[in-house]
Design a protein around this ligand. Structure first.
Ligand code: SF4
Ligand code: SF4
Length: 180
């Protein structure tokens, strides 16, 4: 998108033309067929979701635009977008949608589809690997630091073995672990 200076108000946002030949008409149908997609096509582009979103102002594609892009079949743009991963999953958009479009959950579905295609941001892959290896996202105290502080090698009473055993057999575990 590009911006043009407006003399009598905020700059007008000029939307780049959509290349119709690159649309994937099946994409919207795929999302609609998923458990969260029932009301997808009920969206009437009111932008309430975007108004409610606490971080939409820094997104290139706003929530209402992403929903419209899904309906139009802009598969490549949506699944390659940073926004689906930047979503805070605060559900503000979904709770306020007058058409009951499950905006947040649809973004989850988009993340799953993107992951299936290997389109996962590096930092997310790093977090997932840490989760698989350590059983938790953040180390309570790093190994070297524990030694320096004369602490036991592991946090007493903290066991992540069962969790790690479960996650390695999940779809996420297989994708991130390179077994799929
Ligand atoms: S609030 Fe709902 S109906 Fe309005 S633009 Fe967002 S998804 Fe569409
Ligand atoms: S769930 Fe995501 S898209 Fe919806 S309001 Fe929160 S940050 Fe924005």
């Amino acid at each position: 998108m590009t911006e043009a200076d407006g003399k009598d108000g905020p700059p007008a946002v000029l939307v780049d033309p959509i290349d119709m030949s690159k649309l994937d008409p099946k994409f919207g149908a795929v999302i609609k067929s998923m458990p969260n997609g029932d009301e997808l096509t009920a969206c009437f582009a009111c932008s309430t979701c975007t108004a409610a979103c606490p971080i939409a102002n820094v997104w290139q594609y706003k929530p209402h635009q992403l929903i419209r892009m899904i309906i139009l079949g802009m598969c490549e743009e949506v699944l390659s977008s940073d926004e689906i991963w930047l979503c805070l999953t605060c559900f503000q958009c979904q709770e306020r949608c007058p058409q009951k479009v499950r905006v947040t959950d649809i973004f989850f579905d988009c993340k799953n589809l993107a992951a299936e295609e290997g389109k996962i941001p590096e930092n997310i892959v790093g977090l997932a690997k840490t989760l698989m290896e350590k059983g938790q996202l953040y180390e309570v105290t790093a190994d070297w630091e524990r030694e320096d502080m004369d602490l036991e090698p592991a946090v007493p009473g903290l066991s992540t073995d069962e969790f790690r055993a479960i996650i390695k057999d999940t779809r996420s575990g297989k994708i991130v672990g390179g077994k799929e």
